[in-house]
Write a protein that binds this ligand. Structure first.
Ligand SMILES: Cc1cc2nc3c(=O)[nH]c(=O)nc-3n(C[C@H](O)[C@H](O)[C@H](O)COP(=O)(O)O)c2cc1C
Length: 310
């Protein structure tokens, strides 16, 4: 079964990727699964300078989800290129580097640096992190600033670029349109939803930073809806993410209109989940009489009259 998929000019051998921040730089996972068999490895968000992240506690479990406020802890671009990227290359992983800046200038510089480095398949532009004081979500909430970040990155690199969008907006379609106008090759939908939890015995927030980002199955219906809305209105290449913990969950995203999916929180329960989903996806296509992944993307059966009423 041919599972090859294309996100603009980014060609992936299969449509199952691992999501930024849930796979580090691949080192801890490499003994558990063959990284070359993944559709892609999206790295932890990389910034110009190393970042220590936020103070703990910065993880809290919720019903069907996980709250995090990591705050983009990472080794910084220099150490990433020197120490981490060679390992990923050696594993023959398809590497997509997730980048994050506090200003347009920082996004520009990062795009410039990665444009000159071999062995990178693409960049994912994080304009959607809810856990930092400056940058991140600040850019991704408005169409204008979204477009500007994408234009800035586009101006400095010929690599395929994906805009990673936030669900914490009123109209995801207008942000998606702005990202594509700015020069994105495709979109990753979605980053985490803002949330919080309180320990009622201590009356303290469960996260030191009080508010964090919610991931896991709890957010899946929101993510599927956003993929569906953007795919229908804009017909642009989409990578879906949000609460994928099984093959059935991944299939929802393809049927809603995603050309690939990313698995994040689900990896914390089963690190080999992407490979299982890849295998079961091929079986599903076969059973449904579909010849490839392309035939499944956006192939939702819905009565015409209902579609008009939406
Ligand atoms: C602990 C943690 C760290 C994350 N770090 C990043 C990050 O550095 N950059 C980014 O764009 N998204 C980051 N994310 C968001 C995920 O990549 C993903 O978009 C989100 O968690 C939804 O998918 P999931 O429900 O499968 O986890 C992080 C998520 C978690 C749970």
């Amino acid at each position: 079964m041919n599972l090859k998929t294309k996100i603009g000019k980014l060609v992936l051998q299969n449509p199952i990727l691992v999501a930024s921040g849930c796979f580090g730089y691949g080192e801890e996972y490499a003994p558990l699964l063959d990284l070359s068999r993944l559709g892609g490895v999206v790295t932890k968000g990389i910034s110009l300078k190393p970042r220590p992240g936020n103070s703990p506690p910065r993880l809290a479990e919720t019903p069907a989800g996980l709250l995090n406020s990591i705050g983009l802890e990472n080794v910084g671009v220099d150490r990433f290129v020197e120490d981490k990227l060679p390992f990923l290359r050696k594993q023959k992983a398809c590497v997509i580097v997730n980048i994050f800046g506090e200003s347009l200038g920082e996004y520009r510089k990062l795009a410039e640096i990665f444009n000159d480095i071999d062995g990178i398949a693409g960049l994912e532009i994080n304009i959607s992190c809810p856990n930092v004081e400056r940058g991140g979500l600040e850019f991704g909430l408005k169409p204008d600033s979204t477009r500007k970040v994408l234009e800035t990155v586009r101006g400095k690199t010929s690599l395929p670029i994906l805009a990673k969008l936030s669900p914490n907006v009123t109209d995801i379609v207008e942000i998606a349109r702005a990202a594509m106008t700015g020069g994105a090759d495709g979109l990753t939908l979605i980053n985490t939803l803002k949330g919080m939890a309180i320990d009622v015995n201590t009356r303290r927030p469960k996260l030191a930073r009080v508010i964090g980002g919610l991931s896991g199955p709890a957010i899946r219906p929101v993510a599927v809806r956003m993929v569906y809305e953007v795919a229908r209105k804009l017909s642009v290449p989409i990578i879906g993410a949000g609460g994928i913990d099984s093959t059935e969950a991944a299939l929802e995203f393809f049927i809603a209109g995603a050309r690939a999916v990313q698995i994040g929180t689900g990896l914390l329960i089963d690190p080999r989940l992407p490979l299982t989903i890849g295998r079961e996806l091929a079986g599903y296509l076969d059973n449904q009489g579909l010849k490839d992944i392309e035939s499944l993307v956006g192939n939702m059966l819905i009565e015409k009259s209902k579609r008009r009423k939406e």
